[in-house]
Design a protein around this ligand. Structure first.
Ligand SMILES: Nc1nc2c(ncn2[C@@H]2O[C@H](COP(=O)(O)OP(=O)(O)O)[C@@H](O)[C@H]2O)c(=O)[nH]1
Ligand SMILES: [Mg+2]
Length: 233
C-alpha cells in the first residue's frame, strides 16, 4: 500500500496564510495519500476556527490551549500524525510547497530530507538580506561548535520517516522556538541517519508580520548551541 504523508503546520495568527496554503499543499500532494495537521496555539485571529470551518476531509485542525510554543506544537503534530512520512513546514509560505514532492520522493533513498537555503546558494528574490546573511554566518558557527555536516541547521523544513524520528528522544529536542531545529539536526546526525539536502529558496511571507526579533533569537540560539555542545561532550 502507498505510504501516507502527514504535513505538520504549526501556526500562530496565520488565518490568511493558512487558508491559502492548505489547498496549495493539497494540490502538490494530489498523487500521494496525505493529511495536513494544522496546529494552532489558540491564535487571537481565529486561525483554528477558520480552517476548521472549511471542513476539508484531509485536514486535522488541532487547538492547543495550554503549554504553548512553536516546538511543542510540532511535537504535538508528530505525535498525532497517522502518516508514515512526516513533513514539518511553516504556515506563512517561507517554506514553499513546491518542494514537497522532491522531498517525499527522495525518502526512498534517505532517512531524512532537509531543505537548505545554502546548498549551491539557492537564491531568488528574498525579503530579508540581513536574515539570509545572519543565517549563513550562524550556520557556520553551528557547524564549528557542533560539528554539523549539513549546510542548513536553522530553516526547519524537512521530511522524515515516522519510524526514524521516533528513534529520537523528543524531550531532548522539542521545546523553545527555532532552536529545536538545531537540536533535531544535531541528534539525527548523532544517530547516524542518512540525510539528503535539497536546495531551496526562502519563500516570501504572504501576509502578517511573524517573529521580528531576530537579534533576540540569535542570542537565544547561541546560548542553546553551547548548551547542546556541553550536554554532548
Ligand atoms: N503553534 C505555534 N506556531 C507558531 C508559534 N510561533 C510561531 N509559529 C508559527 O511558526 C512559523 C514560523 O514563525 P515565524 O514568525 O514566521 O518565524 P520566522 O519565519 O522564523 O521569522 C509560522 O508558521 C508561525 O505561524 C507558536 O507559538 N505556536
Ligand atoms: Mg516565517
Amino acid at each position: 500500500m502507498a505510504e501516507k504523508i502527514s504535513v505538520i503546520l504549526p501556526c500562530y495568527n496565520e488565518k490568511k496564510n493558512i487558508l491559502e496554503l492548505v489547498p496549495v499543499i493539497h494540490d502538490f500532494l494530489k498523487n500521494y495519500d496525505h493529511e495536513v495537521l494544522v496546529i494552532d496555539d489558540n491564535s487571537p485571529d481565529g486561525t483554528y476556527l477558520a480552517i476548521k470551518e472549511k471542513n476539508y476531509d484531509y485536514v486535522l485542525p488541532i487547538l492547543r490551549e495550554s503549554d504553548k510554543g512553536f516546538a511543542k506544537s510540532i511535537r504535538c503534530g508528530i505525535e498525532k500524525a497517522s502518516g508514515d512520512i512526516i513533513i514539518v513546514m511553516d504556515s506563512d509560505f517561507n517554506h514553499l510547497p513546491k518542494y514537497l514532492p522532491i522531498m517525499i520522493d527522495n525518502l526512498k533513498y534517505f532517512d531524512c530530507v532537509i531543505a537548505s537555503r545554502f546548498l549551491y546558494l539557492a537564491r531568488e528574490k528574498h525579503d530579508g538580506l540581513f536574515r539570509l546573511i545572519s543565517s549563513w554566518f550562524f550556520n557556520i558557527f553551528i557547524r564549528i561548535i557542533l560539528g554539523s555536516k549539513v549546510t542548513e541547521n536553522l530553516f526547519g523544513f524537512f521530511a522524515v520517516r515516522k519510524e526514524v524520528i521516533s528513534k529520537l528522544d523528543f524531550d531532548d529536542i522539542f521545546w523553545g522556538f527555532g532552536d529545536y531545529y538545531i537540536r533535531f539536526i544535531f541528534y539525527i546526525q548523532k544517530k547516524d541517519f542518512s540525510i539528503l539536502q535539497i536546495p531551496a529558496i526562502f519563500g516570501q511571507r504572504n501576509s502578517g508580520i511573524g517573529n521580528k526579533n531576530l537579534i533576540g533569537r540569535i542570542i537565544r540560539y547561541t546560548k542553546e548551541t553551547f548548551i547542546l555542545r556541553f550536554k554532548n561532550l
